[in-house]
Design a binder for this molecule. Structure first.
Ligand SMILES: Cc1cc2nc3c(=O)[nH]c(=O)nc-3n(C[C@H](O)[C@H](O)[C@H](O)COP(=O)(O)OP(=O)(O)OC[C@H]3O[C@@H](n4cnc5c(N)ncnc54)[C@H](O)[C@@H]3O)c2cc1C
Length: 521
């Protein structure tokens, strides 16, 4: 335990050191490539590496048929708010060799990437060719494998759905130690996304790339309430164009400001798209060493406009942002999660409330580092301090979740529409039938009645027939949880492909709550 914490502290020190090294590059506006050297490898080397992993799985399971295998990522690597306590006593398979890009095919617009390659790495490599993944989850160190297994989304999800829907082909390793292509096993592949590594491993994916440029034009549009925003999304879906990231309205997300000061509240939707030309007198927003968190930029825009006018659906502001800064705009500070949680500590809160002090720290508060810092405290303490949950519900049920969040004193809520393409019956999909989209609602902050309110929220989502993001601690008991998914089919698939060597999904996402967090049921 102590050794585990020391390793996390060392890793935080390394992160801070790398961030320090980046500063001159950022100040002198040269290429920001210090922390993310993009690695490439040949198809042949990739095959050798995955064969080694498959052979290892086969030999461990032959040797010990009741073994439980988990991926050997350390505490704070990855984006689950759960500690890695669930990995104790399990066999940790090392897949760290799967960290390279195998191919970028500019002509056919796809990239072949290994599972541990991060989105920051992929985007840095593909933007040089005027291409980007169709969906780019917003934390720099989310990996390709993690985004498939965790149903990654972001602002282009209103067009494409969850990230897995943009995967053309994937390479999998089953619990039997067999290497399979997704196209050979459609039943397995269809149900794998969202299963959090409990059916099979993903070792590589061929992902769809779409046209993009180095700059995004972003418009900030004000909505006094949710219904107008929802109507606008429906209208946009009906006239959707197939131009990748190019043109207006290719990315849509919003921040619902709902703090105590009601005169400053409302929804600011951000409509973004890539452009080739920037007008000479345009406003620019670039992430610098000293820039504030992105949500503060949006809040400042809202505050300034609120002082002067308050019309329905007005364009509050527009600016131009380097595309990579836009894609990872919420990485520093993990949206507003760091700022909100910091406000509960007298000393850190003091710093966070003073922009001139905070700007000295911002650059070091990358999500990757924040996760590691968070993992230095216990699950009980973390869950009692802040709420971090994402949920997906039908648009007409979003209001109920938002009202619940306001009743629990959350100050900001993230809204990100996610497209539903026809009937999608895969086990863990967030999509629902007979609706053009569902609304992903991000609830991050210091909610009242924690950790109990996590259970209340999750029960409300089940009642509204929505879905929970499984990166969070799940508070539902086994029966409540499996009432949301097709357990019989899940078990059938696991048995068919040797998935029983991976952890059961409920044990993985809820086990810690039931063993380490005390709440009333
Ligand atoms: C505050 C907050 C906000 C978030 N907002 C967003 C958001 O807006 N958009 C978004 O897309 N996501 C968001 N996430 C969630 C995040 O994208 C998912 O948790 C994602 O799964 C993280 O990917 P990772 O690479 O860090 O994987 P990990 O966290 O390491 O893994 C996620 C799960 O997938 C399994 N897994 C990972 N890689 C593989 C593999 N190769 N094969 C088999 N199983 C594997 C792991 O065992 C684990 O169960 C948010 C999370 C938080 C905490």
């Amino acid at each position: 335990m102590v050794w585990e914490k020391l390793k996390i502290i060392l890793s935080i020190i390394i992160d801070i050191f790398i961030s320090l090294c980046e500063i001159p590059f950022l100040i002198f506006k040269t290429n920001k490539n210090v922390s993310t050297p993009v690695r490439f490898k040949s198809q042949q080397q990739h095959k050798l590496d995955i064969t080694q992993i498959a052979t290892k799985i086969r030999s461990i399971t032959n040797h010990n048929p009741s073994v439980q295998i988990v991926i050997d990522r350390k505490s704070g690597e990855g984006h689950s708010t759960r500690s890695t306590a669930y990995k104790d006593g399990k066999y940790r398979i090392n897949i760290s060799s799967l960290n390279s890009i195998i191919e970028i095919n500019q002509h056919e617009e796809y990239a072949e990437v290994e599972a541990l390659v991060t989105f920051e790495e992929v985007c840095k490599a593909t933007i040089k060719y005027g291409l980007l993944p169709a969906v780019v989850p917003e934390f720099k160190s989310i990996t390709i494998g993690g985004a498939i297994q965790g149903l990654g989304i972001e602002s282009t999800s209103w067009k494409y759905g969850t990230f897995d829907k943009t995967v053309i082909e994937a390479t999998l390793i089953t619990g039997h130690g067999n290497i399979l292509y997704a196209s050979e096993v459609p039943d397995l592949w269809k149900n794998l996304p969202g299963s959090n590594g409990t059916i099979a491993l993903i070792v590589a994916a061929r992902i769809r790339l779409v046209q993009a440029t180095e700059w995004i034009h972003l418009r900030y549009v004000f909505y006094p309430d949710l219904s107008n925003f929802l109507n606008d999304i429906e209208k946009k879906i009906s006239i959707q164009t197939n131009t990748g990231w190019i043109g207006d309205n290719q990315g849509i997300d919003a921040i619902h400001f709902c703090g105590k000061n009601q005169t400053m509240n409302g929804i600011v939707a951000m409509y973004g798209g890539c452009v080739s030309v920037i007008p000479s007198n345009a406003s620019m927003y670039k992430e610098t060493v000293f820039s504030s968190f992105f949500y503060q930029h949006v809040k400042n825009i809202l505050t300034k406009k609120k002082m002067t006018n308050d019309h329905n659906e007005t364009i509050l502001y527009e600016d131009y942002i380097p595309t990579l800064d836009y894609l990872f705009r919420h990485d520093r500070g993990a949206f507003w999660a760091a700022a909100e949680v910091a406000s509960t500590d007298p000393l850190i809160g003091f710093i966070f409330r003073r922009p001139y002090l905070l700007c000295l720290l911002n650059h070091f508060l990358k999500t990757k580092t924040l996760y590691k810092i968070a993992m230095l405290t216990s699950d009980q303490k973390r869950e009692s301090t802040g709420m971090i949950q994402d949920v997906d519900v039908l648009p007409d049920r979003a209001e109920e979740i938002i009202n619940w969040a306001i009743s629990k004193d959350l100050n900001m809520i993230w809204l990100c529409p996610v497209r539903c393409h026809g009937t999608d019956e895969s086990f863990f999909s967030v999509a629902q039938p007979n609706t053009p989209f569902v609304m992903n609602i991000g609830l991050y902050g210091v909610a009242k009645d924690l950790p109990q309110s996590n259970l209340d929220l999750q029960r409300l989502v089940v009642k509204l027939e929505g879905k929970l993001a499984l990166y969070a601690h799940i508070y539902l008991d086994r029966e409540e949880f499996w009432s949301c998914y097709n357990y019989k089919e899940y078990i059938r698939l696991r048995e068919m492909f040797g998935g029983h060597v991976f952890m059961d999904l409920w044990d993985k996402v809820a086990g810690i709550v039931f063993s380490k967090i005390s709440i009333k049921r």
